[in-house]
Each structure stands twice: as C-alpha cells, then as structure tokens.
Write a protein that binds this ligand. Structure first.
Ligand SMILES: [Fe+2]
Length: 263
C-alpha cells in the first residue's frame, strides 16, 4: 500500500498524543504524520520532554531514522542538537536515550517499533549519522553526490545547482534519505516524477513544487509514485526527503500530464 499521498500537512496542526510503546518510559508525545500499515512503518514528530531518559540495553527490530530539529538529544552513543541526523538499522544498540532541555525530532521507523532487551542480531546495514545537516560544509552538489548511482538528468542545465547530503544511501538499502538544499534563485527547467513514494519535510527557506504550491518550514508533503511535479523552485530552501524505494527522478518535458511509471 505504501505511505499515503499528502499535498500538505502542517506539523503544528496535527494532534499531539502520548506515545508509550512497550518498554519505553512515559513522557513522549507524538504527532502522526504518515504511515504504511502494511509493513508497520510510520513517520512522526516526537516531542521529548526536558529531562526524559530511557536507560540503555535496548535495541529495535525496525530500521530507525531521526532528525533533531530543536533541543538536544542523546541516542545510540550520539549526542547533538538541531541538525543531528542518525540512521540506526535494526539491531543497533540504542544505549541511553535522553534529552536535557527537551527535543523536537522527526522520526521514522520502517517496521513495527518494538524495543527489545534480549541479544540483538548484528545490523544488516551500516549505521550512519551527520552531526549537523545544516552545516554547509556537509553539502555536496547533487550531480557529484549521485554520479554513477542514479540518473541525475533532471539536474542538467541548472543555473544554481542543488546541493545535498546522502544521509541513507540507495545502493545499500533502496530507501535513501537525502537532505536537499536549493539555493537562492533555484528553479528547475523540467517536470519530474519518482518511481517510489517520496516524503518531504520542509525545514528552512521557501520551496515551491509548482507555481500554485509554496512550502515553508513546518510543512510536509508526500508524493505517491508517478505524481508529476514541477517546475520545482526554491529560495534558500532546506528539506529532508525520504524515498521508499529506488531513487529515480526522470526528466520529463514541460506540459506532460501523465507518465507510465512502469517505464
Ligand atoms: Fe521530486
């Protein structure tokens, strides 16, 4: 079934609920953003209260990803503030999880979330993290970052190249997550679609997916496979995009109204 297509979700308009999965201490608050009930995956915002702590020795059956957008967080031996991203594959020792001042976190799990304390199998893919995704030193031009990995044709001829961080890599998992940065004056010259579902959280600046839809920080969208969008433009835009399948972004001409996604 996959994650549901969503034209726009404003995070702060989503109802907050207590979230207390088995084995997790009381105090977490969640905003449910999207889900794939068939596989038990979910996308959410998590509010971690100041002083919240979960003692170590737990691991999770699901691949987890998180991005701290406010406050501070310690998890799996990492610690950081706004901009800390981590990919923690199933089986990763989560160690002590805590926040001193509280935290707001974008959080994905790719299968049912279940903390276990028995012996964990070794993770099947390497974990990865970036201490500050907003630090320009970590940004690489898209055509460079994806050279030899996927078709970057839709980035041909851009006057101001998009930059990115490959946070979770496609050749390892097929479920890549990318930080995209669209600089001042960014505008594509073609339309595009994707063969897999793409979720996007808008974090900084302005981004439009077509002239009638402008996104600002605090908003989310989800493209189902085959949805044509464009011309994409941006102005100092920073967003995090998660693909639920192979990363492809075919270049299609202006004016196209349908595509065959089996191509
Ligand atoms: Fe796209």
């Amino acid at each position: 079934m996959g994650h549901a297509g969503q034209r726009r979700i404003v995070w702060d308009q989503v109802q907050r609920r207590l979230w207390q999965p088995e084995g997790v201490p009381f105090g977490l608050v969640t905003r449910a953003i999207n889900a794939d009930p068939d596989v038990g995956a979910a996308t959410m915002l998590l509010d971690v209260p100041p002083g919240w702590e979960m003692p170590g020795a737990g691991w999770n059956e699901a691949d987890l990803e998180l991005l701290v957008i406010d406050g501070d967080l310690e998890v799996a031996g990492l610690s950081g503030g706004r901009g800390l991203y981590a990919y923690l594959p199933a089986g990763t020792d989560l160690e002590t999880i805590r926040s001193t001042a509280g935290a707001e976190v974008i959080f994905w799990h790719d299968a049912p979330f279940r903390v276990r304390t028995d012996a964990a199998g070794a993770p099947k893919t390497p974990r990865s993290h970036v201490t500050d995704v907003f630090d320009e030193a970590n940004w690489v031009p898209v055509k460079e970052a994806f050279a030899g990995v996927t078709d970057t044709g839709s980035h041909d001829g851009l006057k101001v190249p998009t930059r990115c961080i490959r946070l979770r890599k496609v050749e390892e998992t097929g479920l890549d997550s990318i930080l995209f940065v669209m600089p001042k004056g960014f505008q594509k010259t073609s339309l595009e679609f994707h063969h897999s579902t793409e979720e996007i959280f808008f974090l900084e600046g302005m981004c439009s997916t077509d002239p009638d839809h402008v996104y600002v920080p605090g908003e989310y969208l989800c493209w189902e496979p085959g949805v044509i969008h464009g011309v994409v433009s941006g102005w100092d835009s920073v967003c995090i995009s998660k693909h639920h399948g192979p990363l492809t972004s075919p270049n299609i001409p202006l004016g196209a109204t349908s595509v065959d996604i089996s191509d």
